[in-house]
Design a protein around this ligand. Sequence first.
Ligand SMILES: Cc1ncc(COP(=O)(O)O)c(C=O)c1O
Length: 385
Amino acid sequence: MRNCYFDNAATSFPKAPGVAQAMADYLTRVGCNVGRGDYQSAYAAAERVLEVRERLARRFGAPDPRNVIFTPGCTYGLNMVLKGLLRPGDKVAASPMEHNAVLRPLRQLEDQGVEILWLPCADTGELLTDQAAERLTADVKLCVLTHASNVCGTRMPIEAVGKLCRERGILFCVDAAQSAGFLPLDMGAMGIDAMAMPAHKGLLGPQGLGALLLTDAVAQVLEPLVSGGTGSRSDLLEMPPFLPDRLEPGTLNLPGIYGLGAALDWWEGQDAAALRHREERLTGHLIARLCEYEEDGLRVLGTKDEKKQVGVVSVDFLGKDNAACAYRLERDFGIQTRCGLHCAPLAHRTLGTYPQGTVRFSVGPFTSFEDIDYVQGAVAELLAE
Ligand SMILES: Cc1ncc(COP(=O)(O)O)c(C=O)c1O
């Protein structure tokens, strides 16, 4: 039976060529720590880490490589921003399309007296920009927004919100979990103050690693969520005052950083515009194939427009159990999807798919058009039963 991986929104697979080898090379041939050893291999490893930092800063428009903080993942970076900035009495704006990586820290902060303002969205997941603008008043401290929904792929108007936030003195944090890799992202040009991303999704790197990119303004006021050794200024009982050390305690995920470096090597050898165009065409193809069954009991969520979303498409098998359908897709056809609420319960309330959730198909650079045609055949068989 064919094996068709359609769960790239959870984690991309396969990873970029060279990632596994780079990680194995680090573990078998380098192995040492950085900032803690006074020998050549430790200096070489530190240079590699700096180089990956520099490339991330260049690619995503961070003001300086030191403003790129390595984290254990996107969730961790988002927690660092939310919990490091917000204090009782502060107002934070967020959309209902956020992932639990944002919703759960916000819920914790709400218990401590932080006020959450919800930015309204249409049932396609699109931000209602005019209404959102009315809620983004100058007394809001921070606006946090996902760049693209992990449920239906709908993209948020990051540039417009960034501009508004800048005009009104609101800090702007972007969750780039579903966009970093494919969509162009430039912190400076888009008015973004903090941006969290995982290495393991669109960047095609390994799990257990993420990056948090910060402007100087945020980096200076962000309280470290975790403190500890940095290998620098060991005389201090406080975190060192300089970046990235101030926000990067403990030993770094070095195999992960070597792996991410290899993923960036791969990306830099590609025609990014062509890859983006291909992903858009794949997404359009998937939407079109699935929409053929809208009269036969399949609801396709989101904008149904590949130009307004990333390669994540959710469907609701009306009158059927979505979990059973996902199970059958794998058992009978080898198609791997994700079903349920995808860690975004309020998104499903917005889309009208709560509590049943959806079956989510998500494409990546190694998905083929034939894979999508194969999905169409499988979905047709399930619907015909
Ligand atoms: C939109 C969004 N934000 C945040 C996350 C959290 O990413 P991670 O689990 O890599 O920390 C995810 C993961 O699925 C996501 O889709």
